[in-house]
Each structure stands twice: as C-alpha cells, then as structure tokens.
Design a protein around this ligand. Structure first.
Ligand SMILES: Cc1cc2nc3c(=O)[nH]c(=O)nc-3n(C[C@H](O)[C@H](O)[C@H](O)COP(=O)(O)OP(=O)(O)OC[C@H]3O[C@@H](n4cnc5c(N)ncnc54)[C@H](O)[C@@H]3O)c2cc1C
Length: 372
C-alpha cells in the first residue's frame, strides 16, 4: 500500500479519493465510515460568512478551499457517477433587532475592509429577496459567493468514487503500527495488518485516542458538540441560507431544511436536549415564521474536531510516515478540497504547499527539553 487513512469522515475520504486519483494504492480504515461529524454537518461552504474578527490569516485559506469546490465536485461526480449535492445558492445574513443590526453593520465593514464580496441590504431589499422572512427583519448582508454541499450526498459520493478507483475500505478500528521509529501501517480489530508507506491520521475528534500514536504526535483535538435539526416542507419557503442571531436555516432546494447549530463544550456527549431544540426552533421562527409549519424529521448532535486555536492541524508529525489531518472544527466540508489536495500531493512525493503551512501541527509541539 502507498497510504492507509485512519478515519473515513469527509477529510479521510477526500484524502483517499484524491490520492487514488493521483495513482496511489490507498486504504481507508473506519468502523463506520461517514458516521462522525461528517454525517451531521449542515454543509455550508461559507468562507466569507464564517470570517471572524482576528482570523484574517485563516480567511484566505478558507477562500482558497471554497474556490476549489466547483472543479473538486465536477471531478468527484465524474469518478462516482452520482451527485455530491453542491449548490451555489448564496447566504443572506439578517438582523431582527437594533443590537443585531449594529453587529451586522460591524460584520459588513470588517468584510468590506478585507475586500470580501458582500452587499448591504435595507429591510425592504432583504424581504424582496426572501419574502419568507419575518416582517420585523431590520436589514441584511448578502454573500452570494457562500455556497453549500449536502453531506448526506457528499459522503456516499466520496465512498463511491473511492470504491471505483480501487480504494480498499476496511470496516474496523485502526491502531497505528510504529517500527524503529517509523509509521509502517495499521492493525485492524481482528489483528490483520496493513503495511503502508504512509499513514494519515484523520479520525476527527477521536484522533487523540487512536492506539499506537506516539504521545508527541497525539493531536490536541477536542470534541465540540453541535446539535442540529432536519426538517421537511415547502421548497419555496426560502431560496438561500438565512443566518441571524445564533442560527442558520439552510434549504436544500427540494423541501429539506437544516437548522443549526449549537456550539457546546461537553466532551463526547451526543445527547439531544430539549433546551437546544427549543432555542434553535425559537430563533429560526423569529427569522422565518413558516419554519413552524415544517415537519421535524431529525434532531441530532455531532462532534466537531476542534484544535486549541480552532484551525486545522494538517501536516507532518515527528514520526516519519505519519501525517496528521484533523482539527477542522466548524469547516471540515469547506476545507476538504484544500486539505485533500495538500495531503495527496505529499503522499505522492511532493512537499506541503506554502499556503497550508499555517496548519502545521508543529505549532502545538513543546520545544525539545521543555517539560509538561
Ligand atoms: C452540527 C454540525 C454542523 C456543521 N456544519 C458544518 C458546515 O456547515 N460546514 C462545514 O464545513 N463544516 C461543518 N461542520 C464541521 C464538519 O462536520 C467537520 O469539520 C468534519 O465533518 C470533520 O470531518 P473529519 O473527517 O475530520 O471527522 P469525522 O467526520 O468525525 O470522521 C472521523 C472518523 O474517524 C473514525 N474513527 C474514529 N476512531 C477511529 C479509529 N481508531 N480507527 C478508524 N477510524 C476511527 C470515526 O468512525 C469517524 O467516521 C459541522 C459539524 C457539526 C457537528
């Protein structure tokens, strides 16, 4: 094997598919591929909407990955022979009261200073664009370039593309094999060993608990709980993703709607709480009153892989042959193309692209000789 990937979420599968496309022999090991955070995500590809004050360095990387989406998806769909659910429908940020209106103004100015493509809208323009919005909306900010992908289409499509390109999928947990200081492959639950020139650790929030990973290379990843709702109803209710307060309402275009998402530090707890469901629905209804008419189909919780600075950890470990690819937190779908392209290039014998150097896991390593 050229490479074995531990973890079959969006990151591990995208890496495996890209590496297979580059001509490598690849295997993915996961007891249940696509069952982690990747199964619960909304799928917003939103580098402009997600831009945060103080994170200017991250924004260009996020935009670079978003820009890769159209060709990434076109190639993926070609290889898989099925849709990945990518839609270029844009996002409308709205304010329901005076406080939100001034916050929206700050967000707008911040994006303008960075020359990001945003448009400020009056209350009337906002509701002309989305008549389903509450009459109390004070104003909006349109981000036409923020798009979406449907995770429940993307994961099966990645699996299909992997299988068509000959990627082996092993349904098992993996532990890392290290011999003479070098990663040499993985061991499966039944004891089977897969030898590989490189191993990619992409086990999401569980990446810190994969057996066999040397302690110096254990990524400092933590689970960040996100509760999210899936509903069904009128395809005409809204045309684009609506964001306001602390919620988003994302239409798939076929009547399916996603409302999310909480951000909670609760360890590996994935319980769905009445309070979170209530708050998500209450806030969503204040933006789009007809949300109350939709059928509630699913309430669930996933665990985002967060790093100490909430930026991904993608790069070499100190163990030769072991590559880390985790910590994508709220942006795993957004960052899948840039991550997969960078890791596949290195697996194929290249070097890390200059652009992804800020993601290097080395930023969390203690300098040699410094105690805990
Ligand atoms: C509610 C919610 C909404 C989100 N919305 C968005 C969004 O709109 N846009 C966006 O870009 N991102 C979003 N995200 C974030 C995104 O889902 C994550 O960043 C992304 O899914 C992380 O992918 P991953 O492959 O690293 O991890 P995961 O999807 O968690 O996959 C890790 C995999 O590793 C496997 N594994 C664990 N241990 C082992 C082992 N020992 N051996 C083998 N396999 C193992 C697990 O079974 C799992 O399948 C959201 C997340 C949540 C929870």
């Amino acid at each position: 094997m050229d490479a074995v990937v531990i973890g079959g979420g969006v990151i591990g599968l995208a890496v495996a598919w890209r590496a297979a496309r580059a001509g490598l022999n690849v295997a993915v090991v996961d007891p249940e591929p696509g069952s982690g955070a990747s199964n619960f995500a909304a799928g917003m590809i939103a580098p402009v909407g997600e831009a945060e004050f103080g994170e200017e360095a991250v924004i260009s990387l996020n935009r670079d990955s978003a820009a890769r989406y159209p060709s990434f998806v076109a190639e993926l769909e070609l290889d898989a022979g099925r849709s990945a659910g990518y839609r270029q429908t844009g996002t409308l940020h709205v304010a329901v009261d005076a406080d939100e209106q001034s916050a929206l103004e700050r967000h707008y100015r911040f994006r303008q200073e960075l020359e990001l493509p945003v448009e400020r809208l009056s209350s009337r323009q906002t509701r002309d664009l989305e008549p389903g919005l509450s009459p109390s909306i004070r104003g909006g900010m349109l981000v036409d370039s923020d798009h979406q992908v449907d995770p429940r289409a993307m994961i099966p499509t990645l699996l299909q593309a992997c299988s068509r390109l000959g990627v082996q999928i092993h349904r098992s947990r993996a532990s890392l094999l290290v011999e003479a200081g070098r990663a040499t492959g993985v061991a499966l639950d039944g004891g089977q060993r897969i030898e590989a020139a490189s191993v990619v650790l992409a086990a999401g929030p569980w990446s810190g608990a994969v057996p066999g990973v040397p302690s110096d290379d254990t990524p400092p990843v933590r689970p960040v709980k996100g509760q999210i709702l899936r509903l069904r109803g009128s395809p005409e209710m809204i045309a684009r993703t609506i964001r306001g307060g602390s919620v988003y309402i994302l239409p798939r275009g076929d009547g399916r709607v996603v409302i999310g998402g909480t951000v909670e530090e609760r360890g590996f707890d994935t319980s769905v709480t009445a309070g979170a469901v209530y708050e998500l629905l209450r806030e969503a209804r204040a933006l789009v009153p007809d949300v109350a008419e939709l059928e509630l189909v699913e309430a669930s919780a996933g665990l985002r892989p967060g790093s100490p600075d909430n930026m991904p950890m993608v790069g070499d470990s100190t163990t030769p042959g072991l590559i880390i690819a985790t910590g994508h937190h709220r942006n795993g779908y957004l960052l899948a193309p840039a991550t997969a392209d960078a890791v596949a290039a290195v697996l194929a014998g290249g070097t890390w692209p200059e652009a992804t150097r800020p993601w290097s896991p080395s930023r969390f390593r203690r300098p040699a000789g410094v105690g805990a």
